[in-house]
Every structure is written in C-alpha cells, then in structure tokens.
Ligand binder design. Sequence first.
Ligand SMILES: C[S@@+](CC[C@H](N)C(=O)[O-])C[C@H]1O[C@@H](n2cnc3c(N)ncnc32)[C@H](O)[C@@H]1O
Length: 272
Amino acid sequence: MISDQEFTRIASFLKGKYGIDMTDKKIIMNGRLENFVWSHGYASFTEFMNALEADPTGGLEKTLVNLLTTNHTFFMRESEHFDFMKSEVIPWIKEREAVTRDMRIWCGAASSGEEPYGLAMLLMDVLGLEANKWDTTVLATDISEDALRKAMAGEYEEEQVGVLPDYWRRRYFRQVAGTTKYRVTDELKSKVLYRKFNLMNPFPFRKPMHVIFMRNVMIYFDEPTKKELINKIYDMLLPGGYLFVGRTETLDRDNTDFEMVQPSIFRRPLDS
Ligand SMILES: C[S@@+](CC[C@H](N)C(=O)[O-])C[C@H]1O[C@@H](n2cnc3c(N)ncnc32)[C@H](O)[C@@H]1O
C-alpha cells in the first residue's frame, strides 16, 4: 500500500504538472499504480518516483499519466450537444464563414476518439454535398498517449458503435475481418487531427475557434485550475463561439463573461 508521504508526492506532481487533483483519492491512486510498480521491479512507490524524476526519456512520466487519467467516454455521449450543434452552431458557422469555408472545432479532452469522430460524422452529415468544399477538420487533443493511440487506431467493439445511426455505421466503419470490431474508414480518420496536448500549457493555436468541446475533464481539476482554463478557452474562442462542458460540470457564473445558452452550453458574447 502507498504510504501517505508517497501519495502526497505523486498527487502534488500530478496536480502541479497536469492539473489533475487526486488529493482525496489515495485508494484509487494505489489501485491504479500498485500493479505496475511491483511488476516492474520497484521496491516502493518512492523508488518508482525517483526513477521517474531521473528518467531522461520521459517514458515513466507517460506511463504515470496513462495509468492515472480516466479515459471513460462513448459515442454520442450527451447527445443533446450533438443536436444543438446541428440546429444552432453549424448553421451559425456556415453563415459566418460562407467565404472562408473554414470550421474550427477543438475537442480538448478527446480520449479514445469517440467524441471527435462523432463530431466529424455530424459535420459531414449536416453539410451533405457541400462537405468537400469546407475544411471541417476537428482538432482532437489529449494528454494520455494510450488514449490517443486508441483514437488514431479507430477500432471499436460492435456494441460501442451500436449507438450510432445505421447510416453512419455503414458509411464510416468497416468490420475488422475475423473480429467483432469495427474500424473507422480512412475518410473519417482524415477529418480528425490528433495531437498530444496538456491543457495546463498556453494554447498554441494560431486561429481562434468556433467551438470548443471541453467535456468531462474539468471535474478532475481544482477550482483555480478550472478558472484559469476557462479564461484561456474564452480568449481562444471567436466572439459568438461556443463552449461545451460535461452535463455534470458547471461554470462559476460570477467569474466568467460566458453567456449560458443551456446548462453545459456556453457562448462568448457576439459583441465581446
Ligand atoms: C473522462 S475523459 C472525457 C472524454 C470526452 N471528452 C467525453 O466527455 O466523453 C477525460 C480525458 O481528459 C484527459 N485529460 C486529463 N487531464 C488532462 C490535461 N491536463 N490535458 C489534457 N487532457 C487531459 C484524460 O486523459 C482523459 O482522456
């Protein structure tokens, strides 16, 4: 079992560098790390952290992040967000960008790809025959390399893709021969750009976004970290741009200039 001192050391490291607050999750942390630590020959969590801090390749740090992040996600999660994208947001972007034909949508905690692939399918669906005249590439980032690897492989079990409309499944997935898995087509893969990115870092994007999906990740951050992130998101959105957060997440309305459109959907004011 991890000692209090070891737990504090790892929790501070994780919070300082990635914003993830596990300060009251000792048992969970122990459960996620214990197996790895013992099976890789470390005599203690201290020995593991010493090795991590001395590791010039950063490999052990990646492992720690992979083990400690929660990557749970699924296709069409919080489907009312996809409905709102279809009825309000995409028409707004179409009108605004009629000349540039550039839609800039960013998923900041993309995990294993279900969310950005869902958005990419929705965009193609709504744009229909016009889709190939637009640049709709969804930017999808996450800190977990394991999650990003899964996203880029784009392989999902039958029951995972079962929630998608039939038409989408037929058009954007192919069964992997001899398995119960389905893989996204190259066409759909080409509509999503995956990159590793830590939300604690300054945003490196050149152009402001129309839409930012930041769903079910701020629940892992403490209030000051969340506040700072929301300010960065606000600055990264165009006036009129939309922020989607998870249904169980809230923004502190007294501390933000975002307008609430619906619970969990926020908009940077058009005149800002
Ligand atoms: C529970 S998943 C949410 C996936 C998806 N957005 C959804 O709502 O279904 C949370 C994701 O946030 C990522 N994450 C946690 N801290 C992060 C950070 N500092 N920077 C980038 N991604 C982070 C995790 O790796 C994980 O994949």
